[in-house]
Design a protein around this ligand. Sequence first.
Ligand code: TXA
Ligand code: MG
Length: 348
Amino acid sequence: MKKKTKIFVIDKNNINNELIKKASNILKKGGLVSFPTETVYGLGANALDKGAVKKIFKAKKRPADNPLIVHVANKKEINKLAEKIDEKTIKLINKFWPGPLTILLKKKKIVPDITTAGLDNVAIRMPNNKIALSLIKKSGVPIAAPSANSFSRPSPTTAEHVVFDLDGKIEVLIDGGDCDVGVESSVIDMTQKIPVLLRPGGVSFEELKKVLGKVKVHPLIKDKKMKNIIPFSPGMKYKHYAPDAELLLIKGTKKSVNKKIKELFLKYNKQKKSVGIITYDKDNDYTADSVRFIGSEQEEIAKNLFKCFRDFNNQKIEIILAESLKTSGLGLAIMNRLKKACTRIIKV
Ligand code: TXA
Ligand code: MG
């Protein structure tokens, strides 16, 4: 029988140093510890220990060609892991660390190839969560940590989500309550002449632009191909962060989206499919098997999105109809996750 994962409950405002020490000892010995960050829960191992990092890929069933983010507990650590750190990068670090920004830099030899999936660059971030910071500090090594979900499932924003995906596969899970941001960190490539945003996340494009002047957005994020109906093959690498259901993302004016969602509900209801709806306006008069108002402000929507996907899984929802939202601020990250999870975008 597989060994059960130990759960350490820690209050982020009143850190239990004994438990942090126990968890850090596991990391030092090459074990796996899941811990909360301000974005999502991470699945941590010593980033400099090949054997430990290998365990992450196994526990998550993560393809070996997908590199990991290395987490540090203080800004200076970056000098040990990366080279060619320019003025712009220093500015970013000073402005956004600790926080939801991952910075891609040329790696130093000390970072093993398995951590960066054989790439020359290493992704580094300093999380803004006291539990995460104490744990990294106490373990005395940088911590590689992807989101603590099974491959292709939504990132976990509560300890319960981690238990669901990884119970028995990791030594310890630190339950530090719900994550504040709810979507993952922004990833920016600082090895290019003009920095490139590779993943929109907790730090917005506008905020990055303010500090950097010029920033490019990776073409996959821009996704200009929003025609009337765009089918995505579910087998494509593109589908990600996915709920079990088929997700249809409806784009248009508030009124046209509302009308289309009602129409689609009737269609799928007739086919005896169970339907879930995601809305950002609590006054929308939808009916469905599950109607989820997940917030009207971007911060609230981001915080609740992945939890909502998982709740729909538990309710065995077969079709999700999701409203789209503006891509300014955190909206770019939220729409990116919805697009990655969806099977079709319907423009009305
Ligand atoms: O908020 C977050 O970033 C969370 C928490 C736990 O810190 N972590 C997270 O890790 O979302 P993960 O592995 O689920 O996503 C990391 C993303 C992936 O898209 C990966 O391909 C990219 O960052 N990445 C990591 N290292 C990279 C590298 N060396 N070059 C290019 N992309 C990299
Ligand atoms: Mg992930």
